[in-house]
Design a protein around this ligand. Structure first.
Ligand code: TA6
Length: 302
């Protein structure tokens, strides 16, 4: 595998000998590209995504921590921006490793996978961010590229004495060729909160979910670990949760896409679906010195 740091020190690109590649912006540790060996891109990235570190990236895999969505009132996260601060701070590149045992390698040969580690520490946060959520923490985010897919794992450590509670989510924008031919499976009978229907509670009754308008649903307490995306009935992605119980399904559709300045082209919603794994339906509590880990394995089945 090869790992290159861009000349402006803003991003890291890893490549496998078989052609697969992943590109990670140090700002937000945001994966902005993940390609198959044949060069097919798996992630949707807005053509007007801001990549200079002045705003969260519209597309790829933004990291959401320590709160998902608008923070609740009268809570430790109340002063934070929507989706927290992890996606709009610069992470440190901690290094790479090639491993044989990773769940992504086909043959187990050492050159089948490459793992990139990124760190974000409370001690490195700007003062105003620390003030808004005054806990000592350490995040290590690992991005592992394999021939079968991409794994992103988050390790959260409470480095202080005070316990804190957090939410975490990987806001993955998956690229699809045509939303009208796309279905999502694996959510049958799952309870969900529908944020398009005034955050009311529902139960999924479809084996295969089609997207024909704005969708913004938090499926939670999921039993099945895999959510699949099919195109024309053929499996395109498997998104496998690891120690996470929730999956958010989002497509902004016409109106919301029109309302986002950095969402471009405006009909780009026809070529993306957000399948976002996380622990967002409640709060995960960490006592001082404790750590937690969770993440996803996305298989590209093209
Ligand atoms: O993941 C779905 C969601 O919470 C939507 O409600 C929408 O707000 C989306 O995230 C994008 O949020 P952002 O802050 O990135 O514009």
């Amino acid at each position: 595998p090869s790992v290159d740091i861009s000349s402006d020190n803003s991003r890291i690109t890893a490549r496998l000998p078989t052609g697969e590649s992943v590109e990670v912006l140090l700002y937000g540790a945001t994966v902005i590209s993940w390609k198959n060996g044949n060069g097919a891109e798996n992630l949707w990235l807005s053509e007007k995504a801001v990549l200079d570190g002045s705003k969260a990236v519209r597309g790829g895999i933004p990291v959401v921590f320590p709160v998902f969505g608008p923070p609740p009132k009268d809570h430790a996260t109340s002063a934070l921006p929507q989706h927290g601060f992890a996606r709009n701070n610069r992470w440190e590149y901690l290094g790479k490793s090639s491993s044989e045992s990773a769940p992504l390698s086909k043959s187990g040969a050492g050159d089948d996978t490459v793992k990139l580690d990124f760190g974000l520490y409370s001690s490195a946060l700007p003062e105003d961010a620390r003030k808004k959520w005054p806990y000592d923490f350490g995040l290590v985010y690992s991005v592992t590229l394999g021939r079968e897919g991409l794994q992103t794992m988050m390790n959260v450590r409470n480095e202080g004495k005070e316990p804190f509670e957090f939410q975490v989510l990987m806001h993955t924008y998956l690229k699809v060729s045509d939303i009208s031919k796309t279905t999502i499976t694996g959510l049958l009978s799952a309870p969900y909160i529908d944020k398009v229907l005034n955050a009311t509670a529902h139960t999924e009754s479809n084996h295969a979910i089609s997207i024909t308008g704005e969708v913004d649903r938090v499926y939670h307490s999921l039993k099945q670990s895999t959510t699949s995306v099919l195109e024309d009935g053929k499996p395109r992605y498997d998104v496998v949760r690891d120690n996470l119980d929730d999956t958010v399904l989002w497509n902004p559709w016409t109106e919301k896409a029109a309302g986002m300045g950095d969402f471009y082209p405006k009909d780009g919603f026809k070529h993306m679906v957000c399948v976002e794994v996380g622990a967002v339906n409640s709060w995960t509590k960490l006592d001082g010195g404790e750590s937690w880990e969770g993440g996803q394995l996305i298989k590209s089945l093209l």
